[in-house]
Design a protein around this ligand. Structure first.
Ligand code: GLN
Length: 194
């Protein structure tokens, strides 16, 4: 099994290292051909307007959206969450538009632009998860098919919709592999239902 990591910009190496710790082979995705033969795709953090433009320029936007609609498991962190979502408040920037979610970018205000906190995420087990937020977005509202895995007040920070997984935080910046293992379980489910 091979997992693709969109390698246009951002925290590519960190995701790669974490997947290697789990014994998973990765491939950097830079053009549509790289999507062949992957079992899942990770969209790393970065800057979503830039990555969106690059997705268009490299001819990747439509092939990835098509693969996601066809059931390819896709996991987006931060910028990846923004790109996965259908609605981005106040912005017409390019996106994959797969997840039924309304997103607010850079949503935590200046004082909380970056912060870290231990959060309980029951889907990952009893121990809290150390979440790292960097100019993070949140999901303001989501459709009925979206399962919230972590929220703070009414802000959704980690969510799943079938084959799609989105985190406002950066699990690749910790050594805790549980979020990536959760994604591997989504991939395993997708493979058995094929
Ligand atoms: N603020 C960035 C954006 O809008 C996301 C930040 C991140 O990925 N760490 O794309």
């Amino acid at each position: 099994m091979k997992i693709g990591i969109l390698a246009l910009q951002g925290a590519v190496r960190e995701h790669r290292n974490l997947l290697r710790c789990l014994g998973v082979e990765t491939v950097d995705v830079l053009n549509p051909h790289d999507l062949h033969g992957i079992s899942g795709l990770i969209l790393p953090g970065g800057e979503s307007t830039t990555v969106g433009k690059l997705l268009v320029r490299y001819g990747l936007l439509e092939p990835i959206a098509e693969a996601g609609r066809a059931g390819l498991p896709i996991f987006g962190t931060c910028t990846g969450l923004i790109l996965l979502s259908k609605y981005i408040n106040g912005s017409a920037q390019p996106r994959l538009g797969l997840m039924d979610a309304h997103v607010e970018r850079n949503a935590f205000g200046r004082q909380l632009a970056s912060f870290e906190a231990d959060m309980p995420i029951p889907a990952l087990g009893d121990a809290p998860f150390h979440t790292v937020f960097i100019r993070a977005p949140y999901i303001e509202k989501a459709g009925g098919d979206v399962t919230t895995l972590l929220s703070l007040e009414d802000k959704i920070l980690f969510a799943q919709q079938g084959n799609l997984l989105a985190a406002a935080f950066h699990p690749e910046l910790t050594s805790d592999t549980r979020v990536h293992e959760y994604f591997l379980r989504i991939i395993a489910t997708a493979q058995t239902s094929q």
